[in-house]
Design a protein. Structure first.
Length: 190
C-alpha cells in the first residue's frame, strides 16, 4: 500500500488514465499574446507553458476551433496547420519537462463581433442582444454541426494534448442546442 504524501497537494493523482505528478492545476487564462496574423503559438508561448510544467496539470488558454469561432484579438487557434505546428512547440516543451497539458477549445459565440467575420453576424444559441455586443444570428442545426465537426473532426491536429476541454461559451452553445435538437444532433454526430 502506498503511503500518503505528507502534503496532499504535492501527492501524485491519477486522472482519467493519466498520472499527474501533483494536484496543482494551472487554470486556463486568456493571455492575448499571440501577435502574428495567423494566430499561431510561437516559441514565446512554448517558453511560457514550459516554465509552468511542474504543475500537475496545465489547462491551455482558450483556443479558437475555427475562423468563425474568433471573438477577440491575439488569441491562438487550432484550425490551421501553422497553428497546429505552433501548439506542437508548446506541447513538446511541456512534455520535455514531464508536464501534462489539456487544450481548452473555444468559440466566442454571440459575444463576437462582425469585424472578426468579414461583416457576417456571429452565431450563438439565440439572436438575443447581450447589452454590449451586436445581435448575432441564432445558430441552426447545420451551423451547429459545423461547430461540432471542428471540435471533433480533427483529432490529429490535437493529438499532442492529453485531453480537451470546452470553455463556457462554447459549452453553452453546444448544450443549449443539444437539449432542444437532440434527435437531429444525434444523427449529425453518429
Amino acid at each position: 500500500m502506498e503511503q500518503p504524501h505528507p502534503l496532499a497537494l504535492l501527492a501524485p493523482l491519477p486522472l482519467g488514465g493519466l498520472r499527474l505528478a501533483n494536484r496543482v492545476a494551472m487554470a486556463p487564462m486568456t493571455r492575448g499574446r499571440v501577435t502574428n496574423a495567423g494566430l499561431a503559438p510561437t516559441a514565446a508561448q512554448a517558453t511560457y507553458y514550459r516554465q509552468r510544467a511542474t504543475a500537475g496539470l496545465i489547462l491551455s488558454e482558450g483556443t479558437w476551433i475555427s475562423q468563425q469561432a474568433i471573438g477577440f484579438v491575439n488569441v491562438p487557434g487550432i484550425f490551421t496547420q501553422r497553428q497546429v505546428e505552433g501548439w506542437q512547440l508548446v506541447t513538446e516543451a511541456v512534455h520535455r519537462e514531464g508536464g501534462k497539458i489539456f487544450l481548452q477549445l473555444g468559440h466566442a459565440g454571440a459575444m463576437s463581433h462582425p469585424d472578426f467575420h468579414n461583416g457576417a453576424l456571429p452565431v450563438g444559441p439565440s439572436a438575443v442582444n447581450g447589452v454590449l455586443v451586436t445581435t448575432g444570428r441564432k445558430i441552426t442545426v447545420s451551423g451547429l454541426s459545423v461547430i461540432l465537426l471542428h471540435k471533433g473532426g480533427i483529432p490529429e491536429r490535437r493529438s499532442a494534448f492529453q485531453r480537451e476541454e470546452l470553455n463556457g461559451p462554447t459549452a453553452a452553445i453546444v448544450k443549449r442546442k443539444l437539449i432542444c435538437c437532440e434527435p437531429v444532433i444525434s444523427q449529425l454526430v453518429a
